[in-house]
Design a protein around this ligand. Structure first.
Ligand code: CTP
Length: 422
């Protein structure tokens, strides 16, 4: 379960005072099982929700909560806390903590550490929907984004307070993915995309001026209004590609099947369910310079999905007649005159990985196939890492096992180089 990005990393986790603090305990576990070293700072309010004893036990290190503790400061001062970290993660980032961060207020250990740091900061907001939507919070978030703070979430859904809407903290695994992205990325792109950051890193790059379309996630093919045929694709690789392309300066359209991931920074996301919807969205997104089909499109759909929920009756189990779905990648590669200059697809194989990928390259008419093994035990589907072979007409490159964000960065670099030299 170790992750190459996380295994050598040092994360300083600041836990704010919100109901979602219990999810931060899970976050510590997920980070540690991937090999990260985690140090925890808790606000006074956080300790109303979870105990520092739990956080200490899970992180394997003493938890810091007091700016004025002579003993703790002597052991590791608050400046050193941030110096000794690769990334600071604020989760849950409450409305109060975000406000203090935005204003530069340093009135406890958490806020002082955040003001004293020059390290990258990732915040996972969590609060009541009205607090999140309040102009004051939105102003603070905009200020923090402009300062280079990265955000993951909040998610939309039912909240502990019984209300519904945006404000739930992102799930621990989504935060882990955002941490990996933040650690592998040299620039932080604001969630809304667009403006350059105040840290001086422009959102210009090798793909500036280019339009990149990415498909990601599974497709769900309905059987009836409540049931579907789907697959285990997490969408992580496609989302990481969309983020990497945006970080390289591209305008990015991400066409996503149903996944539980937050929108990647800098991409416009079109959400679809079925393969046919994905195809329509992909065709509508053209013209594009680059198309990357990372979605695990369902090969078949039910020929005649039922309008009504299928009921158990004396006739026994229904038999489903399947028909083939359109091949999105092949169709995009065959569009004329709107064919993107570079079309890349993935080949998920359980055997003869490279040979099958070479066949797919010519059968689908694309310029590159990223071939990976999804055999039992590879852990690729839904997993954090990927081990891929890059198959083009000019040969095969095998890359070492690395995290999906790293694969994404390298692949975008590869594509940008091809675009430059074409
Ligand atoms: N793909 C697509 N539309 C489909 C099926 C696949 O766009 N209906 C794309 C995927 O996004 C991926 C590539 O084609 O980039 C290969 O997907 P894969 O499932 O490995 O190949 P299949 O074409 O389904 O072939 P097979 O399952 O027979 O290996």
């Amino acid at each position: 379960m170790t992750s190459l990005v996380l295994s050598a990393s040092r994360i300083l986790l600041i836990i704010g005072g919100g109901v979602a603090a219990y999810k931060s305990l899970e976050l510590i576990r997920r980070l540690r099982e991937r090999g990260a070293q985690v140090r925890v700072v808790m606000t006074a309010a956080a300790q109303q929700f979870v105990s520092s004893l739990s956080a200490a036990a899970l992180s394997g290190a003493a938890v810091r909560d007091d700016l004025f503790s002579l003993v703790e400061e002597a052991e590791m001062g608050h400046i050193e806390l941030s110096r000794a970290a690769d990334l600071i993660v604020v989760a849950p980032a409450t409305a109060d903590l975000l406000a203090r961060m935005a204003q530069g207020i340093a009135n406890d250990l958490a806020s002082t550490t955040l003001l004293a740091t020059d390290k990258r900061v990732l915040a996972a907001p969590a609060m009541n929907v009205r607090m999140w939507l309040h102009p004051a919070t939105q102003r603070n978030v905009a200020t923090l984004r402009a300062d280079g703070v990265a955000f993951v979430g909040p998610d939309e859904g039912e909240m502990a307070c019984g209300e519904f809407g945006p404000g739930r903290m992102a799930e621990p695994l989504a935060i882990v993915a955002a941490i990996e992205r933040a650690l592998t990325r040299s620039t932080i792109i604001p969630l809304s995309g667009g403006s350059p950051l105040s840290n001086g890193s422009p959102s210009r790059g090798p793909l500036t001026g280019k339009h990149v379309v990415v498909t990601a996630g599974p497709t769900f093919e309905p059987i009836d209004p409540v049931r579907f045929i789907g697959n285990r694709s997490s969408g992580l690789q496609g989302y990481a590609l969309a983020e990497a392309a945006a970080a390289a300066g591209a305008r990015v359209t991400l066409i996503s099947g149903p996944v539980g991931l937050p929108d990647p920074p800098g991409a416009s996301v079109i959400r679809v369910e079925t393969a046919r919807q994905m195809l329509a969205a992909a065709l509508a997104a053209l013209p594009a310079d680059v198309f990357i089909g990372a979605a695990a499109v369902a090969d078949w759909r039910v020929e005649a999905a039922s309008d009504q929920k299928l009921k158990k009756d004396a006739r026994g189990a229904p038999s489903l007649s399947l028909v083939e779905n359109p091949d999105i990648l092949a169709q995009i590669a065959a569009t004329s005159p709107t064919r993107p200059r570079f079309v890349a697809g993935f080949a998920a194989e359980t055997e003869n990985v490279v040979e099958n990928a070479k066949r797919k390259l010519s059968r689908k008419g694309c310029d590159l196939i990223v071939a990976n093994s999804v055999a039992d035990g590879s852990g690729v589907f839904g997993g954090a890492d990927n081990e891929v072979h890059i198959v083009t007409a000019s040969g095969v490159e095998s890359w070492r096992r690395m995290s999906k964000p790293e694969v994404a960065d390298k692949l975008i670099e590869f594509v940008a180089a091809r675009m430059g030299s074409a």
